[in-house]
Design a protein around this ligand. Structure first.
Ligand code: IMP
Length: 190
């Protein structure tokens, strides 16, 4: 059974290939020769993941899934949220972190969570699977692993930031790992 992952990020595609059952053949956007930009103009992770998955589903008629992730900070009313990748306007992680720390200056409530939503079109039915991790934003960057906001995010019940953990530690607890676990469970039961 073929399943398109509506992503150009070959690292993510390979990660998914490694964990899904081998009877499911994962095709990336490169694999199917799709190189257009899909405008993600929704207001939620659910809407944006659906826009990507639905565009490809309509175009190909095949099984498709897409993911979307954001960091939601309580004291900032959920910002950066769906705008996480371009929060500072440059698309650069160091700039995004700098802006986040500035917005949180002098604010005691540092609670935040990462959430990943996967929208799946499987046998013409739509399904949403998600994963979330709660934590807090520290005041200065710590650690050099990972990407994005990892150097300022400490998961609840841990001392280290995501950027101080190695990849396999992060992958045991992360928002994306939990969403993917739910995707694996879906295929075990369907
Ligand atoms: P995407 O939907 O996976 O492209 O994620 C959107 C943005 O959220 C990324 O550009 C990062 O800024 C942020 N982000 C997503 N996942 C993580 C993570 O695991 N650690 C840190 N930042 C992340």
């Amino acid at each position: 059974m073929e399943l398109i992952f509506a992503s150009n990020n070959e690292n993510k595609v390979n990660e998914i290939r490694a964990v899904l059952p081998s009877e499911i053949k994962i095709l990336s956007l490169n694999d199917i020769g799709f190189h257009d930009e899909i405008e993600e103009n929704g207001d939620t992770l659910e809407e944006n993941s659906r826009i990507k998955a639905e565009t490809l589903h309509k175009l190909t008629g095949k099984n498709v899934f897409a993911d979307d992730t954001g960091l939601f900070v309580e004291a900032l009313k959920g910002a950066p949220g769906i705008h996480s990748s371009r929060y500072a306007g440059t698309g650069n992680s160091a700039d995004n972190i700098r802006k986040l720390l500035k917005e949180l200056e002098g604010i005691a409530n540092r609670k935040a969570f990462f959430k990943t939503v996967i929208c799946l079109f499987w046998k013409d039915e739509i399904h949403f699977l998600s994963g979330k991790i709660e934590g807090s934003i520290i005041e200065q960057i710590k650690g050099a692993e990972g990407f994005g906001y990892d150097p300022v995010f400490v998961p609840d019940n841990y001392e280290q930031t995501f950027a101080e953990m190695n990849q396999s530690q992060k992958n045991k607890i992360s928002h994306r790992a939990k969403a993917v676990e739910n995707l694996i469970r879906f295929f075990e039961n369907n």
